[in-house]
Design a binder for this molecule. Structure first.
Ligand code: 5GP
Ligand code: MG
Ligand code: MG
Length: 181
């Protein structure tokens, strides 16, 4: 039987990680975070737009005091430092002395995450850990430690559960992988 598939724009994607698998993994991650950060009042920082669903479900799975906020990141694409994160847009919280957990949908090359972690360390965070629903280990180009990983996946484009293909597909409850034509 063929895998269930969806069309997003002009491309076909096949079911890859089900809603149930995602939710049971998030329950595990939530238990680990709750144990590791008990009485530390961590600040979760979701990276928009892709992490909005994961951040929401992860927050619900945590049973200790925790705060959440969201940022966008901008990077110069011109002649200067391509790929380097320049700014954490929308971050109003004081970071100094905080236990921070950056919440991402996917770590691919790790360039974005390296920039975010460096900025937060410069701002004086007491600790900075990373929670990413997806990691593509074969694509990593930076020394980024993702302590709280949902799923390690191969080097293929995925959509759904917050992740988009050119703006669409974020509303899918499951994660789908680009079908090889
Ligand atoms: P990195 O800086 O780690 O290379 O890139 C991270 C960003 O690239 C993610 O936040 C996401 O926006 C995008 N990205 C990387 N791989 C995928 C993928 O398979 N699907 C989607 N939708 N976005 C991806
Ligand atoms: Mg992202
Ligand atoms: Mg995107």
């Amino acid at each position: 039987m063929p895998l269930p598939s969806v069309t997003v724009h002009d491309k076909t994607f096949e079911l890859f990680i089900s809603d149930e698998q995602i939710q049971s993994k998030i329950a595990e991650l939530g238990q680990r975070l709750s144990a590791d950060f008990a009485s530390k009042k961590p600040l979760l920082i979701g990276v928009l737009n892709g992490s909005f669903m994961f951040a929401s479900d992860l927050m619900k799975s945590i049973n200790i005091d925790a705060e959440i906020t969201f940022i966008k990141v901008s990077s110069y694409s011109g002649m200067q430092s391509q790929g380097k994160t320049k700014e954490l847009i929308g971050l109003n919280e004081a970071i100094e002395g905080r236990e921070v957990v950056v919440v991402e949908d996917i770590v691919d090359t790790g360039i974005t995450m390296e920039g975010i972690v460096n900025e937060l360390n410069k701002m004086g965070a007491a600790s900075v850990e990373v929670a990413s629903l997806l990691v593509k280990p074969d694509c990593l180009q930076r020394d980024v430690t993702v302590k709280y990983t949902g799923f390690e996946i191969p080097e293929k484009f995925v959509v759904g559960y917050g992740l988009d293909y050119d703006g669409l597909g974020r509303n899918l409850k499951d994660i789908y992988q680009l079908k090889q034509e």
